[in-house]
Design a protein around this ligand. Structure first.
Ligand code: SF4
Length: 311
């Protein structure tokens, strides 16, 4: 689609043609996802999303689903950017990813999983050895305590297996709803919306929600999309946030969904300057995974050793 922004389209449904798309359920009633997690209780728990000026809720839902379809075309290869081979590795990598990049985690976990391939192995680790291995990811003492605690819980309470239910996962040390949804969605095939910093920023820019609290964001976005879309929607939005719609300098002038975005103009609108802001495969740079999926069009990330050897 053209990069030329048509801001009026974002203000109402008139300019947004709803192409049939059974996967996304464009024509399904808004209640299609009524099984979304309930919004957490609290004074502001039912705050309605603030629509783009003059846009009805229904028009916003149609625009949101259109954006999802566009993102599916832009990032057909969207995937988790943490390297993992089984649910345990994904759980550990996700805990380590707090306050650091997926790249840093991916450069750290090969040695970690070589030393402690199972929950039983990690549960028996000496804390100082574990800390040393995960030190590059930051907050290594707290993360080490979480990994020891969750490994021991997996060993003692779940027969050495990662449980596939959110209510069990969130009871593990260091595991919140975000981590649980990542594990469920990508290791167990259970649909879930993962609200990280990128996801929250973008859905607020797009006026899909006005909420700041991640659990309220999750509940409101779940209500917009069919359950079957939740996991891939999360990947697509995070991919877009990492590559184009950055926190400080969104590359609006190089953004394929600019015509659908009420926040167009928050970032660089000059196409040539915006192009220089693109990251990872969109900017011709390596990705974050050392072992990206076969359909990933960019380069794999360099392992830790190669990175250290660079001048
Ligand atoms: S880069 Fe700009 S136009 Fe694109 S989604 Fe972000 S704010 Fe909107």
């Amino acid at each position: 689609m053209s990069n030329k922004p048509v801001r009026a389209q974002a203000k109402g449904s008139a300019g947004v043609t709803a192409a049939p798309d059974s996967a996304v359920g464009e024509h399904a009633p808004v209640e299609a996802s009524a099984k979304a997690p309930p919004a957490p209780e609290g004074k502001n728990s039912v705050k309605k999303p603030k629509p783009a000026r003059g846009e009805s809720h229904l028009a916003m839902v149609r625009r949101a689903r259109r954006i999802n379809r566009e993102l599916a075309e832009i990032y057909p290869y969207a995937h988790p950017e943490l390297d993992f081979r089984n649910p345990f590795e994904l759980l550990v990598a996700t805990v380590l990813s707090a306050q650091t990049t997926d790249l840093r985690v991916n450069q750290t976990t090969p040695a970690l999983f070589a030393a402690y391939p199972t929950p039983e192995d990690m549960a028996a680790a000496a804390p100082e050895d574990l800390e040393e291995l995960i030190r590059p990811t930051g907050f290594f003492r707290a993360k080490s305590r979480s990994l020891l605690g969750l490994s021991q819980a997996l060993r003692d309470d779940f027969g050495g297996e990662v449980p596939g239910r959110i209510e069990d996962l969130v009871k593990l040390p260091g595991v919140g709803r975000k981590t649980a949804n990542v594990v469920l969605g990508n290791a167990f095939g259970v649909p879930g919306i993962t609200v990280d910093t990128h996801f929250g920023r973008l859905v607020r820019r797009w006026k899909w929600t006005g909420q700041e609290d991640p659990e309220k964001v999750e509940a409101e976005i779940c209500a917009i999309f069919p359950k079957s879309e939740w996991t891939m929607l999360s990947h697509r939005v995070v991919f877009h946030g990492r590559r184009i719609c950055h926190s400080r300098k969104p590359a609006c002038g190089a953004c394929p969904i600019a015509p659908l975005c009420p926040a167009y103009g928050e970032g660089e609108t000059d196409p040539e300057k915006a192009k220089k802001l693109l990251k990872y495969e969109k900017g011709g740079q390596p990705g974050q995974r050392l072992t990206p999926p076969p359909d990933y069009p960019g380069l794999p990330a360099p392992p830790a050793a190669a990175r250290a050897a660079r001048p």
